[in-house]
Write a protein that binds this ligand. Structure first.
Ligand SMILES: Nc1ncnc2c1ncn2[C@@H]1O[C@H](COP(=O)(O)OP(=O)(O)O)[C@@H](O)[C@H]1O
Ligand SMILES: [Mg+2]
Length: 170
C-alpha cells in the first residue's frame, strides 16, 4: 500500500480497547444522524482510541468505506500551525497531492466522508493569526466531523452546525 492508496492513512483499530463501547455506539449513532461530535477529555484518557474504534466500527466502515479520514497534528508545534499546514495535513490524510481548500472540499463532497480531526486544540489554540481561517475552513468542509480535544473552546465552530454533540470522556 502506498500513500496515494485509499485507506493508507486510516490508523489501525486499538489493540487493547476495553470499557468504551458505549461511547463508540453513541458516536456512531450521532454520525448516522449527521451530527458533529467533539470528544473532550484530558490527555491520555482515551479520546483518540475511541475515535479510532469508531473508524473501524462495522456500520461506519460499511457506510463510509474508504472515505474515512483521520487527520492529526501531533508533529506540529502550536506556534507553527498555519492555515497552510492545516490544509497540507488534511490533503495528505485524504491521499490527495494538492491542498487548495477548494480541491479538498471537492474531494470531501464527492462521497460522504467521515473526518476525524484529532487533537483539535493543536491548531485552534495555536494563537496564530491563521486560527480564524482554519475555523472558517472547517466550517466550509461540509463533512461530518469527529473532533478530539483536551479543551472545550478548541472546537467552537462545531456549534455553527445543527445538532452538534459534545461528549465528555472521563
Ligand atoms: N479503552 C481502552 N482500553 C485500553 N487501553 C486504552 C483504552 N483507551 C486508551 N488506552 C490506552 O491509553 C493510552 C492513551 O490513549 P489515547 O487514546 O491516546 O488518549 P488521548 O487521545 O485521550 O490522549 C494509549 O496507550 C492507549 O492504548
Ligand atoms: Mg489523543
Amino acid at each position: 500500500m502506498t500513500p496515494s492508496d485509499p485507506g493508507y492513512h486510516i490508523p489501525s483499530t486499538p489493540d487493547i480497547f476495553v470499557g468504551r463501547n458505549d461511547f463508540v455506539q453513541e458516536i456512531v449513532s450521532k454520525i448516522h444522524e449527521r451530527k458533529h461530535v467533539a470528544l473532550i477529555g484530558s490527555g491520555g484518557i482515551g479520546k483518540s482510541s475511541i475515535a479510532k474504534a469508531v473508524m473501524h466500527n462495522k456500520h461506519i466502515v460499511s457506510f463510509f468505506g474508504f472515505h474515512r479520514c483521520f487527520v492529526t497534528y501531533d508533529d506540529v508545534a502550536t506556534s507553527m500551525m498555519t492555515h497552510n499546514t492545516f490544509l497540507t495535513h488534511l490533503a495528505r490524510a485524504l491521499s490527495i497531492a494538492d491542498s487548495p481548500l477548494l480541491t479538498i472540499i471537492a474531494k470531501l463532497r464527492a462521497s460522504p466522508t467521515l473526518l476525524v480531526i484529532d487533537n483539535a486544540e493543536t491548531f485552534l489554540e495555536a494563537g496564530t493569526e491563521d486560527v480564524g481561517r482554519i475555523k472558517g475552513a472547517i466550517t466550509e468542509l461540509g463533512t461530518v466531523n469527529l473532533f478530539t480535544s483536551f479543551s472545550r473552546p478548541a472546537v467552537p465552530t462545531c456549534q455553527t452546525f445543527a445538532g452538534y454533540g459534545e461528549l465528555l470522556v472521563a
